[in-house]
Design a protein around this ligand. Structure first.
Ligand code: IPM
Ligand code: MG
Length: 364
């Protein structure tokens, strides 16, 4: 098959990690007799500097004309004083809105080789396998009215959902749960927020279509604690945009590094793929970034957009193998750097590619 991917590498470590992800994708595709066409466009801070806007029209047009978009990261300290609608992040939010994907899948999986890398005790994290489904186009991120009035000293946003927006993301989550361990946890703040009362009512209603899936509701504050205390108890977790943003960063504690976490956004015109981590300006350009989150994001492109399950699995297996062999980027070696072979971003990418080739050679 022929897959057209637009790469918007963005800021900070974005270019370094997407370079490795793309190299892995190219190799895997070639081994399987598929072709991948890569185009690159600017987004975020680099686009503000070069084009005067965080999402140039050229980037948006190219995104809409591709099968999938792979984003690196956006943001940088030099933009911190800008208003939200002028910042690098605004480019990503506009891209998400234009592509229309509303279900952001963020798997959080505890590799057994990384158990010691988590600040949590091994018996807590071992075996964790959660699929977060974060609603991505609603809530406070997009709700209107919104304003920061400096003179008056007042700022506000609107956390708003409609029945349809909740129902469609709930269906995605129930369907995923149906094919996993058949448990769905819906997270809200229905003891305080009206918008969460709607959320809970609609998720419950949709749940009637899925009698085989066990549904539980949790409040966001309690859930933030449960995820740290007993992450293994959760299978699929569905929640609104802002709560999902927070919970998925928190779940980085389970692997001990946000650098491991991939994500995919589906349900719109074009699927959007981005590692969960940010632009990490403090380590950008130093070869210290962990490309595995981006590489695993590449595996999600193959699984969900290209429907190449074997190839997706080969990438996942290679990541595991590389970890098994003791290779680490610095963020994964904190517990005991002497025990591992610590690699640069590029060398980690190369290791994964080398391993993918071996795996494919053995299986064919
Ligand atoms: C994420 C990020 C983004 C978000 C930012 C960069 C706009 O934190 O993807 O989790 O808040 O959605
Ligand atoms: Mg986030």
């Amino acid at each position: 098959m022929n897959l057209k991917i637009l790469v918007t590498a963005g800021d900070g470590i974005g270019p370094e990690v997407t370079n490795e992800a793309v190299a892995v994708l190219r190799d895997v595709a070639e081994l399987g007799g598929h072709t991948i066409q890569i185009e690159e466009k600017r987004i975020g801070g680099v686009a503000i500097v070069k084009d005067g806007t965080p999402l140039p029209k050229e980037t948006l047009d190219a995104a809409l004309a591709s099968d999938a978009v792979l984003l690196g990261a956006v943001g940088g300290n030099e933009f911190n004083s800008l208003a939200p609608d002028k910042r690098p992040e605004a480019g990503l939010l506009a891209l998400r809105a234009a592509l229309g994907g509303f279900a952001n899948l963020r798997p959080c999986f505890s590799f057994k080789e990384l158990v010691a890398n988590s600040p949590l005790r091994p018996e807590i994290v071992e075996g964790t396998d959660i699929m977060f489904v974060r609603e991505l186009l609603g809530g406070a991120y997009f709700g209107k009215p919104r304003e920061y009035d400096k003179e008056k000293g007042v700022g506000y946003n609107t956390m708003i959902y409609t029945r349809d927006e909740v129902a469609r993301v709930a269906r995605v989550a129930f369907n995923l749960a149906r094919n996993r361990r058949k448990k769905l946890t819906s997270v809200d703040k229905a003891n305080v927020l009206e918008v969460s009362q709607l959320w809970r009512a609609v998720v419950t209603e949709v749940g009637k279509e899925f009698p085989d899936v066990e549904l539980e509701h949790q409040y966001i504050d309690a859930m933030a604690m449960h995820i740290m205390n007993r992450p293994r108890d959760f299978d699929v977790v569905v929640t609104e945009n802002l709560f999902g943003d927070i919970l998925t960063d928190e779940s980085g504690v389970i692997t001990g590094s946000l650098g491991m976490l991939p994500s995919a956004t589906i349900g719109g015109k074009v699927d959007l793929y981005e590692p969960v981590h940010g632009s990490a300006p403090d380590i950008a350009g130093k070869g210290l970034a962990n490309p595995l989150g981006a590489i695993l994001t590449g595996a999600m492109i193959l699984r969900l957009t290209a429907k190449l399950e074997t190839e997706a699995k080969a990438i996942q297996a290679s990541v595991r193998k590389v970890l098994e062999q003791g290779f680490r980027t610095p963020d994964l070696a904190r517990s005991n750097p002497q025990a591992f072979t610590v690699l640069s971003t590029k060398d980690m990418g190369a290791k994964v590619r080398e391993t993918v080739k071996q795996l494919v050679a053995v299986s064919s």
